[in-house]
Ligand binder design. Sequence first.
Ligand code: UD1
Length: 371
Amino acid sequence: MSEETLVHLIAAARPNFMKVAPLYHALSANDRFNVRLVHTGQHYDANMSQAFFDDLGLPQPHHYLEVGSGTHAEQTAKVMMRYEETVTQELPDWTVVVGDVNSTAAVAMVCAKLLIPVVHLEAGLRSGDRSMPEEINRLITDTIADLLWTPSPDADENLLKEGVAAARIELVGNIMIDSYELMRERIEAADTGAKLGVAGDQFGVVTLHRPANVDARASLELLVNQLLCASEQLKLVFPVHPRTRKSLESHGLLDRLASSSRIQLIEPLSYIEFMSLVNGAMLAVTDSGGIQEETTYLDIPCLTLRPNTERPITVTQGSNRLVKPAELLDNIEKVLAGDWPASRCPDLWDGRTAPRCVKSLETYLDAASAA
Ligand code: UD1
């Protein structure tokens, strides 16, 4: 009988929670592991954090680091200082980081320097665009993580090209799909469209939060104008990210957007409410990473307002297309005319990624104890 392995699972910001939850549940169900949840507090509003813990059945975090917002350096440094304190007191056997947010890279750096083995879930994704803070986080994390769990073959290829040893890489599939499948019944029963009064209508879902789209007035104004024109073709529901709301307000654009009766500006939704909304939508307009994948899984047209994507399989196999802001309206018209490719679900996006991660960790531990 092997000894219990203490695993820290790091959650930080909204897109992390649906990656952490299936793995938390799978590790907790296995006697070999003692899993402890660490929330860095990068996202802290109830509707950006606690609502996701509630929906996904996550317990209160065992450690809450309360780092909050700040510049990139402040946020990264605070996570490093506070996690270093936690980790030196508790000394986990493994730490798991997910995604590409500032906390992901910060925790990986702390572990690497304290020689605590670290595994990166959703490794190997590359946009090739180093002006995105997430790309820097991905590069740092993958360089120093001991074990790299990838969602798709393109990620393996990226890592091999960067000189990562094949033995460190394991293709496990897309963990986000596990969350969807875990919650499928509740998502299908949620009927968010009806609650917002758009059920029965064709409608689109909009999410925007990338600094390149929402921070500067010029780019944000272009998007606001495009959305106003698009709303004449299709009702839009727009759960507004706090970063985007602040920017719309400070540039005096919130009232202009709110003036259309065909655009509903709402607060961020919980996971189940949001997936239910997407499920009933005609299309999604987004700059998120995760929504590109969820729409590929659900075969819903996705118009991604970015010049590149670290998730190319959603374009080569899925229903996602990269769209220039000025061409948003044309692309919406294409979808409405039925002129949009159907999605083929990528391999291993099957709701079984978390058990594959657990198996991978067990194999790694067995090999280490045999050595
Ligand atoms: C972060 C991640 C991004 C991810 C996104 C999802 C990094 C570099 N960026 O970007 O990869 O796609 O989360 O949302 O890690 N705010 C609140 N309440 C909150 C959280 C944030 O009001 O709960 C405000 C902050 O004060 C800040 C703004 O929203 O002004 C942006 O938050 P921040 O965490 O800096 O980055 P995101 O844009 O959310």
